[in-house]
Ligand binder design. Structure first.
Ligand code: P6P
Length: 336
């Protein structure tokens, strides 16, 4: 079958043998994420038409206003993953603690846990700018059949078995990896089917786009200030172009296609950075590396960081490898 008219379902079946140890569970897990994404996509696309905009008046553990779509997306993914009894535990940006999934017989023999940011970039919802869902999948480390513990979730990103995102943009796409490259699938909303539209996605080694919220410039570490000035300097192929959507999934997706770097450093408001390690940085870092890019906190590989808490934040520099290396050199003051 030619690449261009392969569906996500056909792709999963064709690549089943790549999910080592999996008895089809990982395939069923990706399929359940596909279903939940369609449910969320339907609501996101009509957000302006029904009274689903605006905050529910509550805040999540991040201290952020919860948007109604945040709550809807969180419930959609948790319900789908729970009903299909494919995972033994779930952690979500919208949930203070992880959720234990017990099977019908109270013993859950499933071997995967999922960590999700159900609707990233939600501050863009009310202004009709693209948002996304980010997911990260690990094999549990505690004994099968027992309730999951925090140890199952606090695994370094280099232990992920799969990761991906859904971008609800001008078109809805699922982009994911199981450790064998990155592939993108575009939803045909007329028939509710995802088609392989972006096979073997790869980050260009370099690029001319930098994505950072320069409103926080005065609070950036000196190395990031120096890197931004480097991007803006008239020299060689510079100045670069500044593009910042305020939605990690959208900025990442554009940079992976065109080449570029995304930076969210520590700031006065977020001394450890704003992005969460477990369900934003690790999955995006896994995708970036699988696509030939890089992801670091300025000093070490994101995927090697040993997590210490569920909602911990880290500084995040991610994108084309040569751009990330240059930013790291400024951060480590080893620029020549
Ligand atoms: P700021 C959205 O809240 C998010 O987590 C990312 O999707 C986005 O890149 C970033 O925060 C935007 O944060 O502080 O620039 O508005």
């Amino acid at each position: 079958m030619t690449q261009k008219n392969k569906t996500l379902g056909e792709f999963i079946i064709e690549n089943q043998e790549e999910f080592k140890y999996s008895s089809g569970e990982l395939s069923r897990l990706i399929n359940s994420i596909r279903l939940a994404a369609k449910v969320v996509n339907h609501e996101v696309n009509k957000a302006g038409l029904v009274d689903i905009l605006g905050a529910v008046g509550e805040t999540n553990i991040q201290g952020e206003n919860q948007q109604k779509l945040d709550v809807f997306a969180n419930e959609a993914f948790i319900k789908t993953l729970t009903n299909r009894e494919i995972v033994c535990g779930i952690a979500s940006e919208e949930e203070d603690d992880f959720i234990t999934i017990t099977g019908r017989n109270e013993r859950n023999e499933n071997k995967y846990v999922v960590l999700i940011d159900p609707l990233d970039g939600s501050s863009n919802i009310d202004v009709n700018v693209s948002v996304g869902t980010i997911f990260s999948i690990y094999r549990r480390v505690t004994p099968s059949g027992e309730p999951v513990t925090l140890d199952d979730f606090l695994q370094p990103g280099n232990r992920q078995v799969a990761a991906g995102y859904i971008v609800y943009g001008t078109s809805t796409m699922i982009v994911y990896t199981t450790g064998h490259g990155v592939n993108g699938f575009t939803l045909n909303p007329a028939i509710g089917t995802y088609y392989l539209s972006h096979p073997n996605m790869t980050f260009p080694k370099t690029g001319r786009i930098y994505s950072v919220n320069e409103g926080n410039y005065v609070h950036f570490p000196q190395g990031i200030k120096d890197y931004i000035k480097y991007c803006q300097k008239e020299e060689g192929d510079r100045p670069y172009t500044s593009r910042y959507i305020g939605s990690l999934v959208s900025d990442f997706h554009r940079n992976m296609i065109k080449g570029g770097i995304y930076i969210y450093p520590n700031t006065a408001k977020d001394p450890n950075g704003k992005l969460r390690l477990l369900y934003e940085c690790n999955p995006m870092a896994f995708l970036a590396e699988q696509a030939g890019g890089k992801a670091s906190n300025g000093f070490e590989r994101i995927l090697d960081i040993q997590p210490t808490e569920l909602h911990q934040r880290v500084p995040f520099i991610c994108g084309s490898s040569s751009m990330v290396e240059k930013a790291e050199a400024f951060m480590q003051n080893t620029i020549d």
